[in-house]
Design a protein around this ligand. Structure first.
Ligand code: FES
Ligand SMILES: [Fe+2]
Length: 434
């Protein structure tokens, strides 16, 4: 194949062949036209082809998942777009909610199916239809969507020097042993000698807390997260095996704080798939971070009582999110039906620009008068938590971002994003102080 129907990628007007018509069905296909990233898809089987920008305006997630009820649906929070790019559904706002105007996708001027190909005209063109190509068209490769325009908070932000960071579980460093850890793009050796923990090269400090080893490269400015459940004998639990995300910590913290994605990203593991509306919730600033409280519906399929047919998996719960900059999060879930409680502590280690290690501790308490959760309950809950985290990490891999956007204009925030907005403000403040 030598000849090409594509004249130049520098031009932005005219018709661009982007995909063979036969290869476009109801799964969005990433394509490129005039250097811009789009997806093309049929919103009905065998129907006309529609074209959209390649990512969602909400959190810049690739719109590559699929079509639901004749609309393009974003995989993260389920926003839906019609053929004209109008955002027709923001599930977290409930049936009465309407999408903000900026939620609409700027679709290309025209899309046509001709000569066995899908053609895009990104901008108005005087040529009313794509011409018959003299040779087999050669479409542009689909480009990666560009990075956010404004500043982002990445894993190598200079302000991160001035914080305590988790670098290993205590159990990973035996007495007399040593281990190497990555932090902020550098390697430290940690050893546990007769006089305690030692870091090489020297750091401002090394310490042990909650069964985790912490390192502060320079004088820390962060406020330590407290864990009231630590030492509370009503709680049992443990650390999950540390996991790793192939991306920066900021977007991962955003996902872990996000209250609207469970029905879409975790429909089988923790989301109540038909409870998509997010009620209003309170977010209050704290020294070094914030606390958010919200009541929500969820499913608890890991509950043995559910497996035995004694209870419905559907639960009403209060979720309390406590965040401390830069990357410490504590989520406490109190069941309003049973009085049981579950605390999940997430600590993120910014290893390199594109690598974050995740420490997750799960602590469980039974309701009043109930015996402590047994080992099999704890094991089942930990396995369920690992599955949920794996789904969150799958999303991070799709994001392919250098960090968390700090400019409010780069993304689009709705009522259910109050924790995410608070996170962006807290990290912007942290970066400014550094
Ligand atoms: S709905 Fe697309 S990122 Fe939230
Ligand atoms: Fe999640």
């Amino acid at each position: 194949m030598t000849a090409t129907a594509r004249t130049s990628t520098a031009r932005s007007t005219g018709w661009f062949p982007v995909a063979r018509a036969a290869e476009v069905g109801t799964t969005p296909v990433p394509v490129g036209a005039a250097g811009q990233a789009y997806v093309v898809v049929r919103l009905r089987p065998g129907g006309e082809v529609s074209a959209f920008p390649a990512r969602c305006p909400h959190r810049l997630v690739p719109l590559a998942a699929g079509v639901v009820e004749g609309r393009l649906q974003c995989p993260y929070h389920g926003w839906r777009f019609d053929a004209a790019g109008r955002c027709v559904d923001v599930p977290s706002l409930g049936p009465g909610g309407s999408a903000p105007p900026r939620a609409d996708l700027p679709v290309p001027w025209a899309v046509e199916e001709r000569h066995g190909w899908i053609w895009l005209a990104p901008e108005r063109t005087d040529v009313v239809a794509p011409p018959a190509p003299a040779a087999e068209p050669v479409p542009e490769p689909a480009p990666a969507p560009g990075p956010p325009l404004g500043p982002v908070f990445g894993n190598l932000d200079p302000s991160l020097e001035h914080a305590w960071h988790p670098v290993a579980l205590s159990r990973e460093l035996r007495p007399g042993g040593w281990l190497q850890v990555r932090l902020l793009g550098r390697t430290w050796s940690l050893s546990r000698g007769p006089d305690g923990l030692v870091a090489d090269p020297p750091a401002w400090g090394v310490r042990e807390r909650f069964g985790v080893l912490w390192l502060a490269p320079a004088q820390p400015r962060d406020v330590a997260l407290e864990l009231p459940e630590d030492g509370d004998r009503r709680f049992v639990g443990s650390w999950l095996p540390p996991a790793r995300s192939a991306g920066p910590a900021g977007p991962l913290a955003d996902t872990l704080l996000d209250v609207a994605h469970s029905p879409f990203l975790h429909p089988a593991t923790s989301g109540a798939a038909d409870e998509v509306e997010v009620p209003t919730h309170d977010v209050a600033p704290d020294p070094g971070g914030f606390t958010g409280v919200q009541e929500q519906w969820c499913d608890d399929p890991a509950d043995p009582g559910v497996a035995a047919g004694q209870r419905s998996p559907r639960r009403r719960r209060r979720a309390t999110y406590v965040y401390r900059a830069p990357f410490q999060l504590r989520l406490r879930l109190d069941s309003l039906d049973t009085g049981a409680a579950r605390t999940i502590l997430f600590l993120l280690q910014p290893e390199d620009a594109d690598s974050t290690r995740i420490y997750t501790c799960l602590l469980l308490a039974a309701g009043p008068g109930e015996p402590l959760p047994g080992p099999e309950v704890v094991a089942a809950e930990m396995a369920a938590e690992e599955r949920v985290l794996a789904e969150d990490l799958g999303l991070q891999a799709q994001l392919a971002r250098p960090g968390l956007p700090l400019s409010m204009r780069d993304e689009l925030h709705v009522r259910s994003d109050r924790l995410g907005v608070a996170l962006r403000r807290a990290l912007a403040d942290f970066a400014a102080a550094g």
